[in-house]
Design a protein around this ligand. Structure first.
Ligand code: 5AD
Ligand code: SF4
Length: 462
């Protein structure tokens, strides 16, 4: 019998993409064959995100599409993986198209679940029953074995890899579903992380991004010593072959903040990029969100970052239309965004998530049209700043790690013969588009910037 073919679709954040990559790697080892075509696949796996309702709706509409395909292909096995699987559990299993529901913690079982689905033709549910409880040592060991067993280089972007520093989150921001679907914080042992990075480096990986929901709070106690993210970055810096180290996402907190900034300033491989979501600029809303800082304190943190690392690029996240957000609260957010001078902000409309404290205790009071107006205003304010910051690069040379062919085709960039448009990123996460040979993918290149837009720099290879 030839190998069963699997098509995997990913709907979520970087953590979710890492899970997808691990799953793909595990399935290949278990003698499944990956395919890009849904039509030809024996198995379709959808790795899902629950952070906003919109992401879940996209998955449901995709399942509707698969239900249709299954009319002519009744043997096709469909699995819903990840956060939405954990959140909805058996309700999802009732969906006509769905055969397997598998939470983030159960991903190591995926090959077995698929084999059982083929042998027994039964629906299978694998989620954590008491997600808010601390994971057992046994579960942690299983996850760790799985995590470190597979190569997780990003197949689509050569030379880059994600490495998990920690899972879960203990913060319980009032709006956020993450603690309810990924469970409490668990930090991986530093030696496991460093070993993994060494292995990736030996396979040609040049850039590693350490991942965690609040990666700056990484801590691991061993004997007398507590290791923090700065220790990981420092140790990873010594690994030959690794040239750039990044980490996402950080929570505004002064625990370890000085150490992390210092390693950024001192270790040339640690990229000067910080993603530090503020979420709001109103102290009243920050309090209601259960974020443990004020707007003024947050801005002081940014000032400190800029003093220690003058060339740092900072990115933010905001939620507009949180319950109780008045025009005055929103104006404070605009004010904070302007003062922060982010290179980029990810801005979202508040979306109530079932089970979170905001959803249980607060009414979604801000009307949809007001949320829309606020998001547009905040995006416009950010665009202006991004545009100014981008313009500073005109005429300058930047170093990029080339990702590959540019997906979008951009007009009007420097003529460079027959070479296609490539895309790369700088250490500070600027997207750079230029013409060059495809064989540059995965290599570092120098580009002279000749034109800019708010989020993209355009230029010529030097
Ligand atoms: N509604 C809207 N945005 C949300 N985020 C998290 N939860 C919600 C929600 N319920 C945003 C936050 C977070 C980012 C990953 O998603 O800004 O930083
Ligand atoms: Fe969610 Fe807050 Fe944890 Fe981020 S820090 S994952 S927003 S609970």
């Amino acid at each position: 019998m030839s190998a069963k073919t699997v098509h995997i679709k990913s709907f979520g954040c970087q953590m979710n993409k890492l899970d997808t990559a691990l799953m793909a790697s595990a399935l290949t080892k278990a003698e499944f064959a990956l395919t890009d075509s849904v039509k030809e696949a024996d198995v379709v796996l959808i790795n899902t995100c629950s952070v906003r309702e919109h992401a879940e709706q996209r998955v449901l509409s995709h399942l509707g599409h698969l239900k249709h395909i299954k009319k002519s292909r009744p043997d096709m096995v469909v699995g819903v993986i990840g956060c939405m699987a954990q959140r909805l559990g058996d309700k999802l299993l009732e969906h006509e198209a769905v055969n397997i529901v598998c939470g983030p913690t159960q991903i190591p079982q995926i090959a077995d679940l698929l084999k059982q689905a083929f042998e027994k033709n039964e629906k299978r549910l694998a989620v954590t029953e008491k997600i808010l409880q601390k994971t057992t040592e046994n579960q942690n060991q299983t996850l760790e074995r799985f995590e470190s067993a597979y190569g997780i280089e990003d197949k689509k972007i050569p030379s880059q890899a994600y490495v998990r520093a920690m899972r879960g989150c203990n913060n319980f921001c009032a709006y956020c579903i993450v603690p309810y679907v990924r469970g409490p914080e668990v930090c991986r042992a530093p030696e496991a992380i460093i070993e993994q990075i060494k292995r990736l480096a030996s396979q040609g990986i040049k850039q590693v991004t350490l991942l965690g929901q609040t990666v700056n709070s990484y801590k691991y106690k061993k004997g007398e010593r507590t290791y923090c993210l700065a220790d990981l970055l420092d140790a990873a810096s010594d690994i030959e072959g690794i040239e750039w180290l990044k980490f996402v996402t950080s929570y505004p907190s002064d625990e370890f903040f000085d150490e992390i900034l210092q390693v950024m300033a001192d270790a040339p491989k640690v990229c000067n990029y910080l993603h530090l979501p503020a979420q709001s600029g109103s102290d009243k809303i920050l309090h209601a969100m259960n974020r443990h800082y004020s707007a003024a304190w947050y801005l002081e943190l940014l000032a400190k970052a800029r003093t220690t690392v003058p060339s740092i690029a900072i990115a933010g996240d905001f939620i507009v239309g949180f319950p109780g957000e008045t025009e005055d609260d929103f104006n404070k957010t605009v004010e904070l965004l302007k003062k922060a001078r982010y290179r980029n902000s990810f801005i979202f409309k508040y979306s109530p998530r079932p089970g979170t404290t905001a959803d249980k205790r607060l009414q979604d009071t801000v009307p949809a049209n007001v949320k829309q107006k606020r998001i547009a205003e905040l995006l416009a304010a950010q665009e202006k700043i991004s545009d100014q910051l981008s313009r500073d690069f005109l005429g300058k040379e930047v170093k990029v790690l080339v990702e590959g062919l540019s997906k979008k085709s951009h007009s009007n960039i420097g003529d460079s013969g027959d070479n296609p448009q490539l895309v790369g990123r700088t250490a500070t996460d600027y997207i750079v588009v230029f013409n060059g040979q495809v064989s540059l993918a995965g290599q570092f290149a120098k580009v002279k910037i000749t034109r800019t837009s708010p989020l993209t720099l355009f230029g010529e290879l030097i």
